[in-house]
Design a protein around this ligand. Structure first.
Ligand SMILES: *[C@@H]1O[C@H](CO)[C@@H](O)[C@H](O)[C@H]1NC(C)=O
Ligand SMILES: *[C@@H]1O[C@H](CO)[C@@H](O)[C@H](O)[C@H]1NC(C)=O
Ligand SMILES: *[C@@H]1O[C@H](CO)[C@@H](O)[C@H](O)[C@H]1NC(C)=O
Length: 277
């Protein structure tokens, strides 16, 4: 197996750290190299326009028809389809850490049993309802998705998996500074710096509803068929991007940025994403 290093100029931020949204593989896998073919290939967000050349197993990054992120706009309207019905409670056992690029939380659950996690149901194109489970979240900075050309300072991804643990849906919250503190960020322990991917701070009262409340429970959203935003860029992920921005206080914004590094993939051209369809 070839080991290919990204161009040296990028090596400062080259990382084999667990990548969005693969941090769902949990604590015990934290130091594992990627399991898929090409699992030893390192890549960098700074060179995201050329991931396809790093490994044959990254070909979807180059030829995929539903790659994320994409630019969004209000002229696309908002979705009346695939509305998520949330079944979130307000107290979960979780741990705060840093995924190497920004703040992250992993929810505890019995091995291979996701049923007690926060979940939501949505109707897929087929007409069938699907239920997906929240295994964790992480922050990207700056935001992956721009709206009408405007890019928020950060983006929070709630990563949801199927009942068998396969990444399936992401709820994306754009984050910008506002006038008051965000109750969601206020309820977290102090954030951990990106240099420290070891520390785990347990939280027995993680409350995902706080984030939903701050974007009006996704009463307005865009949805589209997309992909992981890191190699191997696997497709089959349904994205839900909240229309409302999640506003945080200025100090909170600074704390998020202080603990994050550049982690946004280059925007992809809209192709077969079926935005809001
Ligand atoms: C990654 O590299 C290690 C050490 O060189 C090797 O043992 C392992 O098989 C490689 N894994 C993959 C998936 O290439
Ligand atoms: C969290 O973990 C503690 C200790 O393991 C346990 O007592 C408690 O019931 C758990 N809480 C939830 C909501 O699972
Ligand atoms: C899917 O769930 C929605 C909301 O609960 C419900 O109205 C709809 O009838 C369900 N569709 C199917 C095919 O079960």
């Amino acid at each position: 197996m070839r080991t290919i290093l990204a161009i040296a100029a990028y090596s400062l931020f080259v990382s084999e750290a667990l990548a969005c949204p693969e941090h769902i593989h949990h604590e015990e896998d934290r130091l594992r190299k990627r399991a898929e073919p090409g699992g030893n290939v390192t890549w960098a967000y700074e060179a995201s326009y050329d991931w396809g050349r790093l490994s044959d197993s990254f070909e979807l990054c180059q030829i995929g028809t539903q790659q994320s992120p994409i630019p969004l706009s209000l002229t696309q309207g908002l979705s009346l389809n695939h509305r998520p019905y949330f079944h979130y409670s307000d107290t979960y056992n979780a741990s705060l850490h840093n995924w190497g690029y920004g703040p992250a939380v992993t929810l505890y659950h019995p091995k291979d049993d996701f049923s007690q996690l926060p979940h939501f149901t949505f109707e897929e194109e087929s007409g069938m309802n699907e239920t997906v489970y929240l295994t964790g979240w992480h922050v990207h900075a700056p935001a992956d998705h721009s709206v009408a050309g405007d890019r928020s300072k950060a983006e929070l991804h709630f990563v949801h998996v199927t009942s068998t643990g396969k990444p399936r849906a992401v709820i994306a919250f754009r984050i910008d500074p506002g006038n008051t503190n965000s109750p969601f960020f206020s309820h977290l322990p102090p954030l951990i710096r990106f240099k420290d991917t070891e520390t785990r701070v347990p939280m027995e009262n993680f409350n995902p509803i706080l984030a939903l409340a701050e974007v009006n429970f996704l009463n307005e959203f865009w949805t589209y068929k997309g992909s992981l935003t890191s190699p191997p860029c696997s497709e089959g992920i349904r994205w839900f991007v909240a229309r409302n921005v999640l506003f945080v206080g200025v100090k909170q914004m600074q704390e998020i940025l202080f603990n994050s590094i550049y982690s946004a993939r280059q925007e992809q051209e809209v192709w077969l994403h079926q935005i809001n369809i």
